[in-house]
Design a protein around this ligand. Structure first.
Ligand code: LRH
Length: 482
């Protein structure tokens, strides 16, 4: 197979990008065609302002990025879309009924109560295999059912599937992301019995496809703005859950490694051949999400870089002239704090004044929170690293994987203070990179489907290991954990 090219559309909760890649068995070259902020918006709904994604705005940015790819490379073979999990659009006769809700919107509490009244949490775990997160799609759907909007809809499309629909007209649900609804069986089918018990309309859920499936061609109406040659590129289903694509691109030996996909969230776990569904795993809130090639992503959600970005946003709102970069540099010079907070506390989920909420967490325990923003940044980094280390060791204990090394991919791989603290607190070497793991995993699955690459995930990961920039952090001041 010769050199060919594909484009990855990768939408994170904080930013999105379109990456143009040249790929061959010994080549992986990435060019950034577009990068843009993802800015959610609060919209008045009669009794409260609800948090939504600006998905049509993101789609405009995606089209701009694809147009620049088309001008540079009219022979592009394929396009693939990934995005954050759980959120979705409801459609009727092809029309989107409203901008999708953000998973950080406060509406989900009622959905949790409704769902748990008909199916108890232990049974949900045995069926769907998911850790409890109040925004898992099934809880959001219960809110939509109670409010009547679900009854107006004839289609449910997860965010990346919705963009794929806008690009191609194809209606489908890619399996890795569909696994985050809580509505799939262990075999990866829609769980008809559970859907019926929750009184959800089965007909809204589209046919499931696996990552690597060609799903369609660009719509004729787009061909003017996207000047590709010939029939244009095919749109291929990738690991459309961003974390599934990221795990594809972790250059690891899964039999002896843990990974941390560190962006807005820190997703910490191991890759398994099949689900592990135990009461211990449920108590530790570990999830079994569907991976590419039928692998299982056994992991726990740690709050992630959100704690830093949202804190910086608050300080800037208060008029402080700070950036994350400058605060991290200052924080690195401070002594290690002796008191840490639990980053997984649900009070940190919703947008707002996180430094005050962290201070409250300390005050409730009679502890003093750091006074300066740099001190706060340091305690956030150290608390995240401690939570990462804890989840690495828990994942190992719950699955029997003998973890010898931790791979940290995503934007967090740029944060040297966080990487070193994770090594020190886990007592394990941390291999940081690639930063763009999600886009790379997206690229690799398309390239394989297009025949540019062959082989299993291990072959794809070997290509990442040969081409990516990886920084090693060895534990130097090992801190006790557990
Ligand atoms: C990361 C992510 C994560 C989900 C959350 C909703 O972007 O997809 O895997 O739990 O967003």
């Amino acid at each position: 197979s010769g050199v060919g090219s594909v484009a990855a559309v990768d939408l994170g909760a904080t930013s999105g990008r379109v990456i143009h890649a040249r790929v061959a068995p010994d080549t992986l070259e990435l060019t950034e065609a577009a990068r843009f902020q993802n800015t959610p918006v609060r919209v008045w709904e009669g009794d409260r302002a609800a948090l939504h994604w600006n998905l049509t705005g993101l789609y405009t940015n995606v089209l701009d990025g694809l147009a620049s790819v088309a001008r540079a490379d009219p022979a592009l073979a394929s396009i693939g879309v990934d995005a954050w999990a759980v959120d979705y659009g409801l459609l009727r006769d092809g029309r989107l009924l409203g901008e999708p809700y953000h998973y950080r919107d406060e509406r989900t509490a009622d959905g949790v109560a409704t769902v748990h009244a008909s199916v108890e949490p232990g049974e949900l775990y045995r069926e769907g295999g998911l850790q409890f997160l109040p925004f898992n799609s099934l809880y959001q759907l219960a809110v939509d059912a109670a409010g009547g909007s679900l009854q107006c809809a004839d289609r449910f499309l997860l965010v990346p599937d919705l963009l794929t629909f806008w690009l191609t007209g194809a209606v489908q649900a890619e399996r890795t992301n569909a696994s985050t609804t809580g509505l799939l069986t262990a075999d990866g089918a829609w769980n008809d019995a559970l859907i019926a018990r929750l009184a959800l309309p089965r007909s809204v859920f589209p046919p499931l496809v696996d990552a690597g499936t060609p799903v369609g061609r660009l719509l004729p109406s787009l061909r003017g703005d996207l000047p590709f040659g010939g029939n244009g590129p095919v749109v291929t289903a990738v690991g459309s859950h961003d974390t599934a694509s990221a795990v594809v691109a972790v250059p690891m030996d899964a039999s002896r490694a843990a990974y941390i996909s560190c962006g807005t969230w820190g997703l910490v776990g191991v890759e398994l051949p099949r689900r592990v569904v135990s009461e211990e795993g449920r108590a530790a809130n570990f999830t079994n999400e569907g991976g590419v090639d039928g692998r299982i992503r056994y992991l726990h959600n740690v709050m992630g870089l959100w704690l830093l970005s949202e804190s910086v946003r608050e300080w800037q709102r208060r008029g402080l002239r700070v950036t994350l970069e400058s605060l991290l540099a200052e924080a690195a010079e401070l002594p290690r704090p002796s008191d840490l907070f639990d980053p997984d506390d649900p009070r940190f989920l919703a947008p707002g004044d996180l430094p005050s909420r962290i201070a409250e967490w300390f005050a409730e325990r009679g502890l003093a929170a750091p006074a300066s923003p740099a001190g706060m940044v340091r305690v956030i980094v150290e608390s995240l690293a401690a939570a990462f280390a804890d989840s690495v060791h828990r994942a190992a204990a719950l699955t029997g994987v003998a973890v010898e090394v931790v791979h940290l991919v995503g934007g967090g791989a740029r944060n040297a203070l966080l990487c070193q603290a994770t090594a020190d607190r886990s007592g394990l070497p941390v291999l940081a990179g690639p930063v763009e793991a999600t886009a790379i995993g997206n690229v690799l699955v398309q390239a394989r489907a297009a025949g540019l690459l062959g082989g299993d995930l291990e072959t794809l990961r070997a290509l990442v290991a040969r081409t990516a920039q990886i920084t090693r952090y060895d534990p130097v001041r090992i801190l006790a954990h557990g």
